[in-house]
Design a protein around this ligand. Structure first.
Ligand code: DC
Length: 225
């Protein structure tokens, strides 16, 4: 079997992880794995079943009924929940908020661990999330912690939502982002933090093009492709 490589990218919401990771993966011919989408799929199922995030017994009982599958069409990751493509539905803001709550549950994290690791066993991947370098792929060939100020990240998310025709105010987007940051960084299990051996890339003052170039530079310096 050919050698496979793994690049772990962690960081807070809105740091540009998915856009940059997708671009870098296309350039390197790696599979881009968006692990946030996997947590969003569980969150979507929880919402759809009318379960509240604090009803952890109900969530635990729901998990064995869920078949979560990833597949790629033209390099784009699709999420399937019990056979249905939920890729679009999981992008709604209510799913974002629920995902940051259910992802704090140890049972949910354990349920999804193998799904994430299995992809990296057989493919060269750029995987992004919150605990990829610390928990999911602790032996990744390259680890990057991608960040930007909360204001810059909220502005990017605000513009994205506007493009989707949503009318959420910038203040609400910023507030939601700060709350999600807090939850992601302070949960008991696999909190968001920079791995000791991760390279920090702060994109607050970088254009998207410059950020992607910087990301590719970090990867190519460490993997001989
Ligand atoms: O990256 P995202 O916004 O799509 O992620 C949605 C939520 O899922 C986020 O609030 C935290 C959680 N998440 C996580 O806990 N661990 C990951 N590896 C990826 C996402």
């Amino acid at each position: 079997m050919n050698k496979v490589y793994s690049v772990a990218i962690d960081g807070p919401a809105g740091a540009g992880k998915s856009t940059m990771a997708r671009r870098a993966a296309a350039e390197l011919n790696f599979v881009y794995v968006d692990t946030g989408a996997i947590y969003r799929t569980i969150a979507y199922a929880v919402l759809n079943n009318g379960i509240l995030p604090e009803e952890t017994d109900k969530i635990d009982a729901l998990l064995p009924q869920l078949k979560v599958k990833l597949s790629w069409k033209d390099g784009v990751q699709h999420m399937y929940l019990n056979g249905a493509d939920v890729s679009k539905k999981i992008r709604l803001p209510e799913v974002s908020s629920m995902a940051s709550k259910v992802s704090a549950l140890p049972s949910v994290r354990a349920f999804l661990l193998d799904t994430q690791r299995n992809v990296a066993k057989t493919n060269s991947v750029i995987m992004d999330g919150r605990d990829i370098g610390t928990v999911v792929l602790p032996d990744a060939d390259v680890k990057i912690y991608l960040s930007a100020s909360a204001e810059v990240r909220a502005k990017r998310r605000f513009l994205e939502l506007q493009e989707q025709g949503r009318s959420d105010s910038y203040e609400d987007v910023l507030k939601d982002m700060i709350e999600r940051d807090y939850r992601d960084m302070h949960r008991q299990v696999a909190p968001l933090k920079q791995a000791d051996d991760a390279v920090l890339l702060d994109t607050s003052d970088l254009s998207l093009e410059d950020s992607v170039a910087a990301l590719l530079h970090i990867i190519r310096e460490r993997i001989d492709l």
